[in-house]
Structures are given as structure tokens and as C-alpha cells.
Design a protein around this ligand. Structure first.
Ligand code: F6R
Length: 612
């Protein structure tokens, strides 16, 4: 939540900052602001709304300067308006600051500052921090870096922040605790950002700041320290994606691009990990923890939103193929309910961003209980990927659309690989079945590609139901979480109420909702639960519900009962469940577009939820 960009170098800072903010808008788009330093003045411009509103606002204004920073906000403290927008300037104008995170003890700090005659313009916790730094600077007679450091020692909470000081104009000071911050190392120029996308076109060398670390950046140096003042030798890493991966590449929106990228993303997920000829799966990131995994008393999968849905599919796959008991928990519930954990448990934390606050806190809890914690993340170098004992990256490439699509299918792919790997090592799967499962896994990209070719048919169905007020999504077994995910996609981008339900549970309540206006999306592919789902479809039909069925190619039974059928290629095992999400993603996408919604930036949402 909230995106941060900073630049110091020889180029004009403003265009770099603005373009960087556009790439980070997925993190929040309630307001945007910049501070550009031309070594005489720090000009601050901020505006409610999107980065484009800020751009319009700065037209004709002085935006000169080669040092700058910018912020795109997802509101926590204070409504989205011009005053609460970042950057915030301290009362006496000495410090300007942008911040992502929450200062939890801001009320206590504010009270102390009020007692020292500080007054506040905004409702934000960030302004309190700006004033605290200034107070320490002025009354402690210390330099800017020390003032920031001492202030951060008084702060409880999460921050990724950048600070400018009018008395020391030729530097940026940045710091991080629980909110991500990356420093890009160019030639005589440095970049700061919440993730690497704003600067990957300029440099691929980066340092991911650790918690409670601070960096002082001038045009020709970066000094990294802890907030306790211990100097750190930072580990400069190579970024492994290209700038065009974070562009729309000719698609109308990021979401559509990311839906269509799924075959390629899944290929990346399995690349170098699935060896059909050797009949083997190799997950290098799990080598060290394999004994723990194989002897696990149980596996607990934690995540939020779409990642939690992927976890539910994982539960099905791991129990089916590896016969290890699995529980799936919302990270936000798990962290607060005093769960019983031992060192014989393995926790798998799933997160696209690798920054979700609840998932991070749940990991810390699991580690404190000495459970082994494995991460499944997309963003390389993210907090979760560094906090976990071992892990597997999804390698889906940057996901910019706020609604997760390729993250889900690649997370499920990783879970399928883990399930099969464990199943084989535990002798739960015979050689021949294993080979069949691997072949099926390897065929997923092609089958998704094939499914995407029916997009026009999905669009026709979307046209018929775009004005519906409610949707029901039903599935059984591993398709139940797919139904949940389909419903989540629809509600978050089209604002239509949608519920996902296990198909057989329908008659215990939701069936009361069904009438001739209710579209019911049923995942009804030909596998284990097929006959049962056919019965469920009859039950909906009897109540005149409108049935949109996701069926296996060539199904002639359901096509006679359903109002619409959307086909996916046939699968023999649960490994194919991933494919059925594709028509559901497209359905929600087209409905949202037809309703005039911004699919990449749905209202009230942000991609990376770094607050609880
Ligand atoms: C839904 C969506 C969210 C995220 C959730 C967890 O489309 O994107 O529900 O799945 O906020 O985010 P990560 O996976 O980054 O931990």
C-alpha cells in the first residue's frame, strides 16, 4: 500500500518520478504527490486522485531539479484529499517526507509534539513523523541523518520512507521497516522505490533494504546503516526482469495482459523444475527442508485473498498425492488465534507480493514456535521471501493489475509440484501414475492457451449478465476454491456481489437465492465429482437459475441442461484444476469492462496490503 519513488543523479528528476509512480499505482491511487529539489527550493505538489491528476496539476509549475521523490497513496490515516496527500512537510519547513506504512504510536508522539507547540495540517501519521524528525533536529542540534535515525528509534510501526532536508539538499535519506524499499544503483545516479519496476529501465543493480535499516544517498555514494547506527555492507543484487515485462505490451489493461500471459508464466514456473524424461521434479529451494517436509506432522498453508484460494487448491493436491494432513488458514486469523504449532509442523506461506502484513506476521509467529516456514512468492527479494526458511518462487513476472490472475495459476502450479514431489518421495504415487501427472502438469500452458481462444464466447456471455446484481459460483473438491476465486475476481473488479460455494452446500441455504435472474457459474468438468455436479445443476435448473457451466470439451450432457457452456480441455487428474480459472477470469474481466470499471485499479483496493 502506497508507492514510493526517489531519484538523485544528473537527470531531471520529475519525469523519472512521475513515470515511476505510474508503475507503482497498483499500490494505491487515492492521491499522489512529488517533492522536487533544485538545490534552491524543494517544490512540493500534491493532489487527490491519480498520478495523471497530479501531472495535470503540475503543468506550468517549477518542476526543475535533479533530486526528487514521489508518492502514490492508499489512505490509512485520514481521508483521501490534497492535504493528507504525501509528501508532508514539517512545521518549520526543514523536512519533507514520503511514507508507506503505519506509525502505530503516532497518537502518543503527536501528543508530545503538541505539548511542544507543534501544530498539524493533516490527519496523517506521516506528518507526525516529519515533525518528530524536525524536533529532534532542531532541539538536539544534530544532522539530518541522526535526526531521522533517532526519530525511527522512537517509532513503533511499519515504514518505507524517504526524507529530504532543506539544510542538506544534496541527499536523500531513506529507511525501511516492514514496508519494502529497494535502492537502484545506476552510474552517478541512484533510485529508491517500493519495488524495482520504476527503475529497472535504468539499472538492474539493486539493494533491498532490510528491516530497521536506513540509507543516506548522495549523487556518488550510498551508506547503509541500521537505525542503531551500525554500518552495513549491502548485498547488491541483479534484478531478473526486463522493463517491458512491466508494460501493457499492446493490451488494453494489465489485467488482460496478465490473463493472457498465463501459459508463459506457468512455463516459467515449471522451467528447470519438471523433468519428464527423468520422471522427476526438482525444487532447489526446498532441498534443505525436504526432511522436515517429509516428516511433517501436518502442513499449514497461510495466505490472504487469492493466495489463500491457491492454498485451498494446494490442500487438495497435497492431501491427494502426498497424504500429508493439510490445514489452510487466513493469515489474518491465524496470527491472532494462538494456534497450536510445534517444530514438527511445516507452514507454507503464499504471497504474490511477498509483503502482505498479515502473512508476514503469521510467519513470524510460526517461526517463534520453531515450525519450519516455506514461502511461495512471486516478488524476488520481498520481505516474505527473506523471512522464510526456504521457498519456491513462482516466476510469474511482475503482476501489476490489482486483481491477481497469473499469480493464482502459478501459485497452484508450485503447489502441484510440491504435492507431486512429496508424493513421490513418500512412495504414495507409483512411477506410472507419476509420469502421467507430470505429463499433465507440463500440458497446462498449452491447455490454457487453447482455453484463451474461447475468449469471444466468454465475452458474449458477459454481455448477457453484465447488469446482474448477484452471482453464485459453485464447484466441488479442488474446484470449490476455483469457484471462490472466480467470485472474488467478479466482485473486486465489477462491484457485483458474488459468492463462491461448495456445490453440495447450496441446498443448505444459498439455494433460497436462486430465481430466474440469478446467474450461477458451475465448474462441472468431467472428473471425480462429475455426476454429483450434474445433480446440483438439475437442482438449480428446477429453480430457474441461469446456468453458466465450465465443462470439459465435448461434454454433451451438461450442454443440454445449462444456459451457456464454456469449454476447457479435458483433464484426467486434479492437476488440471488450474485451467478452469481462465474462463472465470475472462468473465469477470469482460463484465467489469462493459460496466465501465477500471479493472487495473478497482476502487478501495491496493495490490500490496502492507497494513493489517
Ligand atoms: C485478489 C488479490 C488479493 C491478494 C491478497 C494477498 O485479486 O489480489 O486478494 O491475493 O491481498 O496478496 P499477496 O498474494 O500479495 O499476499
Amino acid at each position: 500500500m502506497c508507492g514510493i519513488v526517489g531519484y538523485i543523479g544528473e537527470q531531471n528528476a520529475y519525469p523519472i518520478i512521475i513515470n515511476g509512480l505510474k508503475k507503482l499505482e497498483y499500490r494505491g491511487y487515492d492521491s499522489a504527490g512529488v517533492a522536487i529539489n533544485n538545490l534552491k527550493n524543494i517544490n512540493v505538489y500534491k493532489k487527490k486522485g491519480k498520478v495523471s491528476d497530479l501531472e495535470a496539476f503540475t503543468k506550468g509549475k517549477d518542476i526543475s531539479g535533479t533530486i526528487g521523490m514521489g508518492h502514490t497513496r492508499w489512505a490509512t490515516h485520514g481521508v483521501p484529499n490534497d492535504v493528507n496527500a504525501h509528501p508532508h512537510t514539517s512545521m518549520n519547513g526543514k523536512f519533507v517526507i514520503i511514507h508507506n506504512g503505519i506509525i502505530e504510536n503516532f497518537a502518543v508522539l503527536k501528543k508530545k509534539l503538541v505539548a511542544r507547540n507543534y501544530t498539524f495540517k493533516s490527519e496523517t501519521d506521516t506528518e507526525v513523523l516529519a515533525d518528530l524528525i524536525e524536533y529532534i533536529y532542531l532541539f538536539g542540534k544534530v544532522n539530518a541523518e541522526t535526526a531521522v535515525r533517532l526519530a525511527l528509534n522512537k517509532v513503533i510501526g511499519a515504514y518505507g520512507l524517504v526524507v529530504m532536508c532543506t539544510d542538506e539538499p544534496d541527499k536523500l535519506i531513506c529507511a525501511r521497516n516492514s514496508s519494502p524499499l529497494v535502492i537502484g544503483y545506476g552510474d552517478n545516479e541512484y533510485f529508491i522505490a517500493s519495488d524495482a519496476t520504476p527503475f529497472v529501465q535504468y539499472t538492474k543493480k539493486a539493494v533491498y533494504l532490510d528491516n530497521q535499516n536506513l540509507a543516506v544517498i548522495t549523487r556518488d555514494s550510498v551508506t547503509v546503516k541500521t537505525i542503531k547506527n551500525d554500518v552495513i555492507n549491502p548485498d547488491i543484487q541483479q534484478i531478473d526482469f526486463d522493463s517491458d515485462e512491466a508494460e501493457k505490451g499492446g493490451y488494453r489493461d494489465y489485467m488482460l495482459k496478465e490473463i493472457y500471459e498465463q501459459p508463459k508464466s506457468i512455463l516459467e514456473t515449471i522451467r528447470g523444475r519438471v523433468y519428464e524424461n527423468e520422471n522427476a521434479i526438482k525444487l532447489g529451494g526446498l532441498l534443505d527442508v525436504m526432511p522436515k517436509l517429509l516428516n511433517a506432522r501436518r502442513i499449514i498453508i497461510i495466505g490472504c485473498g487469492t493466495s489463500w484460494h491457491a492454498g485451498l487448491v494446494g490442500e487438495y493436491l497435497i492431501e491427494e498425492y502426498a497424504r500429508i494432513p493439510v490445514e489452510v488458514e487466513y493469515a489474518s486469523e491465524f496470527r491472532y488465534r494462538n494456534p497450536i504449532l510445534t517444530q514438527d509442523d511445516v507452514v507454507i506461506a503464499i504471497s504474490q507480493s511477498g509483503e502482505t502484513a498479515d502473512t508476514l506476521a503469521a510467519i513470524q509467529l510460526a517461526k517463534a514456535a520453531k515450525a519450519c516456514v516455506i514461502g511461495i512468492c512471486n516478488v524476488v527479494g520481498s520481505s516474505i521471501s527473506r523471512e522464510t526458511d526456504a521457498g519456491v518462487y513462482t516466476h510469474a513476472g511482475p503482476e501489476i493489475g490489482v486483481a491477481s490472475t497469473k499469480a493464482f495459476s502459478t501459485q497452484v502450479t508450485v503447489l502441484a509440484m510440491i504435492a507431486l514431489l512429496l508424493g513421490k518421495c513418500k512412495y504414495m504415487i507409483g512411477q506410472q501414475q507419476y509420469h502421467q501427472l507430470l505429463t499433465e502438469l507440463l500440458s497446462i500452458p498449452e491447455k490454457i492457451e487453447h482455453t484463451l481462444q474461447s475468449a469471444a464466447k466468454v465475452e458474449e456471455v458477459a454481455k448477457l449478465y453484465k447488469d446482474s446484481r448477484n452471482f453464485l459460483y459453485l464447484g466441488r473438491g479442488c474446484y470449490y476454491p476455483v469457484a471462490l476465486e472466480g467470485a472474488l475476481k467478479l466482485k473486486e473488479i465489477s462491484y457485483i456481489h458474488a459468492e463462491g460455494y461448495p456445490a453440495a452446500e447450496m441446498k443448505h441455504g444459498p439455494i433460497a437465492l436462486i430465481d430466474d435472474k440469478m446467474p450461477v457459474v458451475v465448474i462441472a468438468t468431467q472428473d471425480k465429482g462429475y455426476e454429483k455436479i450434474v445433480n446440483n445443476i438439475q437442482e438449480i435448473k428446477a429453480r430457474k437459475g441461469k446456468i453458466i457451466a465450465i465443462v470439459s470439451e465435448g461434454d454433451t450432457v451438461i450442454s443440454k441442461m445449462a444456459d451457456h457452456v464454456l469449454e476447457v480441455p479435458k483433464f484426467d487428474t486434479a492437476i488440471g484444476a488450474i485451467t478452469t480459472i481462465v474462463p472465470l477470469q475472462l468473465l469477470s474481466y469482460y463484465i467489469a469492462i462493459m460496466r465501465g470499471c477500471n479493472v487495473d485499479q478497482p476502487r478501495n483496493l491496493a495490490k500490496s496490503v502492507t497494513v493489517e
